[in-house]
Design a protein around this ligand. Structure first.
Ligand SMILES: Cc1cc2nc3c(=O)[nH]c(=O)nc-3n(C[C@H](O)[C@H](O)[C@H](O)COP(=O)(O)O)c2cc1C
Length: 258
């Protein structure tokens, strides 16, 4: 148990991987452990797509904005919200599925993300490295084509997995008091915000980031460069269309996902 706590506290994202194989048995074991994760109503409304094939990785590479670890990592895991399988089971059993709505997407997305995180914890505890790819929700429509996801299935995140070939320093976190509230939410005064973010802003890497991007504050690097409103609006529209096309926004009162 102490080993697990140590693994959790010392973990960091790994973006460079050695070519060493991640064995089939090891991956099976990680995914078996991940599938013990809590799941809404024990429905397991998720699916995990394992990609090892270089041809498939090449197809996925541009959809993950050409991030090198897509090719370098021996394994990619795409975690999907999936009401397709469960709805089919319902229909085969004279039960009418009512999962073609946004709440059901959230349910399945939460299930999928929880499984993903357990897989990451298990992998890291075994010495493997992982990196989440947020590009999955940006390019969900194209990833659906490449991975041949049927209606009722939406990719929510991808994880690259492999043996580390880099040992980066841990990156910063906000002080614990910034994110933990006791009993009720305690909203932040301007002074508290300044105090809680001051260490992050003072770091050399943060200052360099600001300078390189010709900005006057670290916050501007986020709002003007890394996570811009125009991009957020654009990708939101694409994702909403994906949810509609995949059958999650069709009929709030009655109907079925597939
Ligand atoms: C949902 C999600 C999406 C992410 N997407 C990317 C990504 O596309 N590329 C990348 O290099 N890192 C990605 N990351 C990793 C974060 O950048 C990383 O977790 C963060 O900088 C903190 O670093 P640490 O994990 O080493 O503590 C993502 C992390 C999460 C949770």
């Amino acid at each position: 148990m102490n080993d697990l706590m140590e693994s959790l506290k010392s973990r960091k994202t790994i973006r460079k991987y050695s070519p060493e194989v991640v064995g089939e048995d090891l991956l099976d074991d990680i995914l078996k452990a991940a599938c013990r994760t809590s799941t809404t109503g024990n429905m397991q409304v998720y699916s995990i797509i394992v990609t090892r094939d270089d041809g498939k990785k090449k197809e996925l590479l541009p959809l993950h904005f050409n991030q090198a670890m897509v090719m370098e990592a021996p394994v990619l895991l795409t975690f999907c919200a999936d009401f397709n399988r469960f709805s089919k089971w319902c229909r085969l059993n004279k039960a009418q599925p009512g999962y073609d709505n946004f709440l059901s997407f959230m349910t399945a997305a939460i299930d999928a993300l929880l499984v993903a995180q357990t897989a990451c914890i298990a992998a890291e505890a075994l010495g493997l490295g992982i990196c989440y790819l947020g590009t999955t929700t940006y390019m969900a429509d194209r990833i659906i084509e490449v991975l041949r996801l049927p209606k009722g299935v939406v990719p929510v995140t991808t994880v690259t997995l492999g043996w580390p070939a880099e040992y980066p320093d841990q990156v910063d976190r906000l002080p614990q008091e910034a994110v933990v509230h006791k009993e009720v939410y305690s909203d932040y005064t301007d002074q508290e915000i300044e105090r809680l973010y001051s260490e992050k802003e003072r770091r050399d890497d943060s200052r360099q980031f600001v300078q390189e991007n010709n900005k006057t504050s670290l916050a501007q690097v986020f709002t003007d460069i890394r996570y811009k409103k125009e991009d957020n609006v654009y990708f939101s529209k694409m994702l909403l269309k994906v949810l509609e096309d995949q059958g999650f926004m069709n009929n709030v009162e009655q109907g079925s996902v597939t």
